[in-house]
Write a protein that binds this ligand. Sequence first.
Ligand SMILES: NC(=O)c1ccc[n+]([C@@H]2O[C@H](COP(=O)([O-])OP(=O)(O)OC[C@H]3O[C@@H](n4cnc5c(N)ncnc54)[C@H](O)[C@@H]3O)[C@@H](O)[C@H]2O)c1
Length: 341
Amino acid sequence: MHDIRFAVLGTGGIGRRALDVSREKPGLLPVAACDRNGIAIDHDGLDVDELLAATEGNVASDGGAAVKQHGAGAGVVASAQARSTETPIEDIIAESDAIDAVLIALPNLEHDFIPRVAERFTGAGYEGVLVDVLKRSRVIGMLDGRADSFEESGITFVCGAGATPGFLTGAAALAAQSFVEIESVEIHWGVGLKSGYEDNRGTVREDIAHLPGYDIETARELTDEEIEGIVDEHDGVIEFEEMEHADDVLLERAGICDADDVSVGGILDVRSDEKPTTTTVSVTGRTFDGEHATNTFELGDETSMAANVNGPALGYLKAGVQRNRAGEYGVFGPADLMPEF
Ligand SMILES: NC(=O)c1ccc[n+]([C@@H]2O[C@H](COP(=O)([O-])OP(=O)(O)OC[C@H]3O[C@@H](n4cnc5c(N)ncnc54)[C@H](O)[C@@H]3O)[C@@H](O)[C@H]2O)c1
């Protein structure tokens, strides 16, 4: 039985794959999807096969010149189920009475963009679940600052619910259970994206903002050619250290450790699907009986970014719906919930 009707905001690299993964997750019925230029809605369930086929290689991200366009229109409007609109998010909000949960797979190149999108749902009196896969630590505080209005509206907001933060934050919370004091949490990720920048625009651009000499503002202004240039300079393999990933504040928020004890780094290969390094979460701490040890959680190298972001995002969405139906509203992080399968 499909008892969770959900929408996806953003049908780029992440949003399209969320729809794809949802086909194999029991209980989920995708009823709406939008990108910057279009919207597809069918309350009986979208035809995901058709939508994915129509948007393959046609993931209109920002209307820029380099967007791949293989169909009649750019992005979601290439689907027979979609129509073009200048107000995609409002159009979904207008139908949100019949939507249980919304996965926000939008870029996060302005820190307050996702909080502002959430405000639009609150303003319309939405009662349901919002889930995002945002990365930046500072955005969590902005969402926490709106917790009262989410509670008043009847919204259960699950924030930072992708891979990192998200899945790996939850793994750290579990790995911490052997200890009574946590000394450090080290998250080191490896991602191979043969589909490259073209199919993962938000992800790659936002990661570049973590490189020395860049920030979110400068990354936002880069042209597609400049991004391709940075990728070329690194021969397609870019290494990141001390990233501002919200795993730190989300673990602190859950009472597990101080944000300062958490470090996140990783290696992104934009030219190969093979991971350049194994993704690990290492939690070091002291046990009640005085031992020091490190518990390590490791992902299989064959698991793709798409699997590790979207499986958990939809799993947390399901957990959020359960909370929402039990009348629990406000802001939840991935260390506060166990994702459902
Ligand atoms: N937490 C994690 O583990 C994790 C991992 C990967 C990506 N992400 C995040 O996921 C997000 C999406 O990444 P992506 O690679 O899919 O990006 P993308 O650029 O490929 O796709 C973004 C989509 O959002 C749409 N969009 C942009 N502005 C819009 C607007 N105003 N209204 C409606 N639609 C709009 C675009 O048209 C596009 O469909 C990024 O913020 C990225 O950092 C998180």
